[in-house]
Structure formats: structure tokens, C-alpha cells
Design a protein around this ligand. Sequence first.
Ligand SMILES: NC(=O)c1ccc[n+]([C@@H]2O[C@H](COP(=O)([O-])OP(=O)(O)OC[C@H]3O[C@@H](n4cnc5c(N)ncnc54)[C@H](O)[C@@H]3O)[C@@H](O)[C@H]2O)c1
Length: 256
Amino acid sequence: MKLADMKAIVTGGASGLGEATVRRIVEQGGQVAIFDLNKEKAQKLIEELGEEQVFYIQTDVSDANQVEQNVRQAVERFGSVNAAINCAGIGTPGKVVSKTGPMPLEQFEKVIRINLVGSFNVIRVAAAAMQKNTPNEDGERGIIISTASVAAYEGQIGQAAYSASKGGIVSMTLPIAREFARDGIRVMAIAPGLMKTPMFDGLPEAAVESLSASVPFPARLGKPSEYAQLVESIAENAMLNGEVIRLDGAIRMQPR
Ligand SMILES: NC(=O)c1ccc[n+]([C@@H]2O[C@H](COP(=O)([O-])OP(=O)(O)OC[C@H]3O[C@@H](n4cnc5c(N)ncnc54)[C@H](O)[C@@H]3O)[C@@H](O)[C@H]2O)c1
């Protein structure tokens, strides 16, 4: 699928990896509905990109009703939806047992709820809409790309909740791809390493340098545009399905 033909939902599209993906789809001539909590940032982006190809619907991806309503709205606006790219996520760290005692259970549940349940929520509703599409010349009705993390494989101390949420995304990619094979809907995930997004904005330069040095090659943080470039490659290559691709400069995270 060409980005020019995309009628996409991009969650987390107001910032970082999602924002870069929105920019790339719009540049290539596709259309995007941004599902994000951050109204202010989304509106700024739309002011810059123009309202012709992109619109914003304030959405909490972990809310079943909101996602059902808002996917319906995207379908009404574009006529159909043929791509869902899950970039919404949070990274709240926390030890299982810290000086103040065991991690509050709600903290663990929140990360799972937004990162894993939220991604599944968008997949289930968007896929139901995609099943109604007329297939393109490759027999495709749609594509779903979720964002895992290298923390799914090498989570650090303090990442139990985050790693579990991303591990869930890794594990559900194949069974969902198998389920939707007969519909011509591909299901993929990207597992980024260290990407230079607003997540790193507060870090001192020395910390960024030391993180960069931990990447074998290239020894720097990944650019959000490199994530968007991979989204485009996955979309264009109809043989990619049911797989998680690491985008990480060969980094293997250490325990801390
Ligand atoms: N930046 C990295 O190094 C890195 C590495 C691996 C994985 N990731 C993953 O990539 C994804 C994007 O991260 P990023 O670095 O671009 O972060 P970011 O904070 O720049 O963007 C995340 C976006 O998600 C939105 N969001 C958060 N909770 C939401 C909810 N409940 N409903 C809707 N929107 C919500 C935020 O408003 C924000 O706009 C996340 O899933 C993150 O875990 C990032």
C-alpha cells in the first residue's frame, strides 16, 4: 500500500513517532485522523499541515466507547479507513518494590491499559471497519502497525510494567495477523530502541550523549523520521506480515 492511498488512523499522532508518521503520510498525499489526548499539540500540527488531509479527534485509546465513536467518525470523513498505526503510549517507570513499598497496582495497570489494551482497542475497531473495504490490486483491505519497544525483549530495572505492555504487543501481532489473513489485512509491529522524541527532552546533554554511546551503530538516538520511513516500507511491502521489526542500531539494553 502506498502512503498516498492511506486513509489512516494514527494514535499518539500529536507527538514524537506518531507525529513523524502523520507528517510523512500527509507529505506523500495520504489522509490521517489523529487520535491523541493532547489537543493543543495536535491542533498546532494541523495548523502547520493544513486541514485538507489531516484532522484531529481527541481520543483516549484505552476507552472502548471513544474509540468506537471516533473510528466511525474517521470512516465518515474519509469514506473508509485502511490503516491504523498505534503510537500512543506512556513510559512511566517504577520498581516493583521501591523504598516506599510495593508499586501501587494501579500504576502497573495504567501502563498496561494505555499501551497494550489501548493498542488492542484500536486494532479491534479499526479492523472491523477495514473488513468492509474493497481490496486493492494486492488483495489488501488494510494494514495495522503497532509500536512495541526493545524493552519487550530487554527490559531494564524499573520497566516491569512497560516491558509487559510491549511484550503483549509483540505476542499478539502474529495471532492477529493470522486471524485477519483471510481479510487481506496485514498486522505488523515496530520495536524501536532509543528514539529522539519529546520523551528525551528533559534529559541533560550528558545523559543523551551517554545513551547515544550505548548504541553500537549508528551511535546516536534514532530520528522519528526513521520510524516513519519504516512505516512507509512496511506499508509498501505486501510480503511483510505477522512480524516485529527492531529499529535500534543493534542496541541491547543493559539491566540499568
Ligand atoms: N522514544 C523512544 O525512544 C521509544 C522507544 C521505544 C518505544 N517507544 C514507543 O513509541 C510510542 C511513541 O512514543 P514517543 O516517543 O513518540 O512518545 P511521545 O510522548 O512523544 O508521544 C506519545 C503520544 O501519545 C499520546 N497519548 C498518551 N496516552 C494516550 C492515550 N491514553 N490516548 C491517546 N493518546 C495518548 C500523548 O499525548 C503523545 O502525544 C510509545 O508507545 C512508546 O512507548 C518510544
